[in-house]
Write a protein that binds this ligand. Structure first.
Ligand code: AMP
Length: 395
């Protein structure tokens, strides 16, 4: 079966067509500037990129162009939409009730809408993507895979905030965790690739522009660093991660701003960008460090220090760790970051093999044979994980 995987943002629509038997990607593309003007970049595997500049007033118009690109005689990959067996959608927030991947029906769409205030940037776009696909391919099964699913396995002691219980009961205020599809994929892949026992204790470090870390046993989440929203946890490109909530009130008072302004600052102007004053991109911050920027050096050190602290906490939470897996932009490409984070972990008996660590973007064991914990690089593949879940439900 061919599965079309869709990932919608507020003004973008990313897609991949995946053959579920070979698990190969057959085509991929991106619609940008939806609602502004519109550009589609499409690539069928093995062929040149194909760019269409065309008005895209909404996600439905974008989806129509995606179907035309997939069916195009020269640049496309399918002869008819009948070849697409199902569509899988990445959805940010399933709230407290949608805890597993689901076949889309009216109830599922209603709950995604009910969660708009939990995922104000993503859930409305995700729903538009689903409705655009229902329009473009009536009758095909649509499956939603939530970024929150993995974290829903956490126990109460890990997911409850120590605030009045009524806010959990009334509004679902709890820790959900995000990047769940990535953590699920990488933790399972680490067990398989690392030849670990099925109930292995694995810590996954998803280190990219958005960054999060998870602890899981046998692929089941014990804890993960993001919370009610993707703001909690590690230092990220523009997000602060953990801060004392009193910081919000203090800045509000000092700068005469309201809570929404300060939350916007914590989401969009903090993290590596705020600390370094240079950029949210780790490569730019590293370049500035090499030119002598002290703030950039501290930002990079603080990022690694926080990852190492969480690894320690998660090792305690699981009473041990069998493997640590690095993934996402920094985790897959930056050997120095991996090495410097692991330098904190001597007490766990972690030993990195510098030669093995000189690797990018492919499954690899980067620890030395004598290391007490297996350290791995496992590239994430959220689209493939969504395609697998979609096939399981659509068949
Ligand atoms: P992601 O959000 O997973 O796409 O990751 C994006 C981040 O990965 C950006 O901040 C990049 O600077 C960072 N990144 C990508 N390649 C490298 C590299 N070779 N060294 C350091 N950081 C990298």
């Amino acid at each position: 079966m061919k599965v079309l995987v869709i990932n919608c943002g507020s003004s973008s629509l990313k897609y991949q067509l995946i053959d579920s038997v070979t698990e190969e990607m057959e085509a991929k593309g991106l619609c940008e500037r939806i609602g502004i003007d519109g550009r589609l970049t499409h690539q069928t595997t093995g062929k040149d990129k194909y760019v269409v500049e065309s008005p895209m007033p909404d996600h439905k118009a974008a989806m129509k162009l995606v179907m035309e690109a997939l069916l195009d005689a020269d640049h496309g990959v399918i002869g008819s939409t009948d070849e697409i067996g199902a569509i899988g959608h990445r959805v940010l927030h399933g709230g407290p009730t949608l805890t597993t991947p689901m076949l889309v029906d009216q109830h599922v769409k209603d709950v995604i809408r009910d969660c708009f205030d939990l995922g104000p940037l993503h859930n409305p776009a995700n729903l538009m993507g689903i409705e655009a696909c229902e329009d473009a391919m009536p009758g095909k099964p649509n499956v939603v895979v939530f970024d929150t699913t993995f974290g829903m396995a956490m126990e109460e002691k890990a997911y409850l905030y120590a605030i009045p219980y009524e806010y959990y009961e009334k509004y679902g205020v709890r820790r959900y965790g995000f990047h769940g599809t990535s953590h699920m994929f990488v933790s399972r892949e680490a067990i398989k690739f690392g030849g670990l026992k099925p109930d292995a204790k694995v810590i996954v470090c998803h280190l990219g522009n958005g960054a999060s870390i998870s602890a899981s046993i046998g692929g089941k989440c014990v804890d993960t660093s993001m919370g009610l929203t993707p703001l909690e946890g590690l230092i990220m490109g523009t997000r602060s991660g953990d801060v004392d909530p009193a910081v919000v009130q203090y800045i509000c008072n000092k700068e005469h701003r309201d809570v929404n302004d300060v939350l916007n600052i914590l989401n969009k102007k903090s993290g590596m960008l705020g600390m370094s004053g240079v950029s949210s991109d780790f490569r730019d911050v590293e370049a500035a460090r090499q030119e002598g920027s002290h703030r950039s050096e501290v930002a990079l050190e603080a990022f690694r220090y926080r990852v190492a602290k969480y690894i320690g906490a998660y090792t305690a939470a699981m009473n041990g760790v069998d493997a640590i897996a690095f993934t996402a932009g920094v985790g897959e490409n930056d050997k120095n970051a991996r090495k410097l984070i692991c330098d904190y972990l001597g007490y766990l008996g972690v030993v990195i093999d510098d030669e093995a660590n000189n690797v990018r973007g492919k499954n690899a064991v980067i620890s030395a044979p004598e290391s007490k914990v297996k350290v791995m690089l496992i590239p994430t593949n959220e689209e493939l994980a969504i395609a697998r879940e979609t096939v399981a439900l659509a068949q």
